[in-house]
Design a protein around this ligand. Structure first.
Ligand code: HEM
Length: 150
C-alpha cells in the first residue's frame, strides 16, 4: 500500500505541478513576450513533451488508485472521499484525453500549416480545459487529505 501511495503521489505531482507551471508561469510569459508564429510552435513542442509524461502520470495515478481501492475493498468499505477522488480523477482523465485527441491535434495541424488564427483558437480551448483540470486536480488533493477527516 505504501509503494502504491508513492506511485500515486508521484503521478499527481507530475500531472498537477506541470499544469500549474504551464498555466501560471509559461502561459503569461509566452503571451507577453512572443507573437503567434513563435508562441504557437513553442506550445506545440512544449505540450508534446509534457503530454507524453501526463499519459505516464495518468497510468501511475489510476493504476495505483485502483490497486488501493481493491485493497480497501477487501479490508472494509471504501470511504466516501475515495469515491469522490476516483470520480474526479476519472473526469480529469477524460478531459485530458479530449484535449490530447481534439484541440491538441488541431494545434499541431495548424502549426504545421502555419495557420496561426486556427492554432490560436485550438490553444485557447486547451487553456480553458487545463484551467478546469488544474482546479479539479488541486481540489482532489484537498478531497484526498482534508476530505479523509469527514
Ligand atoms: C489526479 C487525481 C488524484 C489525486 C490528486 C489524488 C491524490 C491522492 C492523495 C494526496 C492521497 C493521500 C495519500 C496519503 O495521504 O496517504 C490519495 C490516496 C488515495 N487515492 Fe487518490 N488521487 C487521485 C486520483 C485517484 C483515483 C482515480 C483513485 C481510484 C482509482 C484514487 C484512489 C486513492 C486511494 C484508494 C487512496 C488511499 C486512501 C486511504 O489510504 O484511505 N485516487 N490520493
Amino acid at each position: 500500500m505504501k509503494v502504491a501511495v508513492l506511485f500515486h503521489l508521484l503521478g499527481a505531482v507530475v500531472w498537477i505541478g506541470g499544469m500549474f507551471f504551464a498555466y501560471m508561469a509559461l502561459r503569461p510569459a509566452a503571451a507577453a513576450l512572443l507573437e503567434p508564429p513563435q508562441r504557437l510552435p513553442l506550445w506545440t513542442a512544449t505540450l508534446a513533451r509534457f503530454f507524453a509524461w501526463v499519459w505516464v502520470a495518468v497510468a501511475f495515478v489510476l493504476g495505483s488508485g485502483f490497486y488501493m481501492v481493491g485493497v480497501l475493498a477487501q479490508v472494509a468499505r471504501i470511504p466516501l472521499y475515495v469515491h469522490a477522488m476516483l470520480y474526479i480523477g476519472l473526469v480529469m482523465t477524460l478531459i485530458f484525453a479530449y484535449v490530447y485527441f481534439s484541440p491538441f491535434a488541431a494545434l499541431k495541424r495548424a502549426v504545421a500549416q502555419k495557420a496561426w488564427p486556427q492554432g490560436g483558437a485550438a490553444l485557447n480551448q486547451i487553456r480553458r480545459a487545463v484551467a478546469v483540470n488544474l482546479s479539479l486536480g488541486l481540489a482532489n488533493i484537498a478531497v484526498a487529505t482534508v476530505g479523509a477527516g469527514f
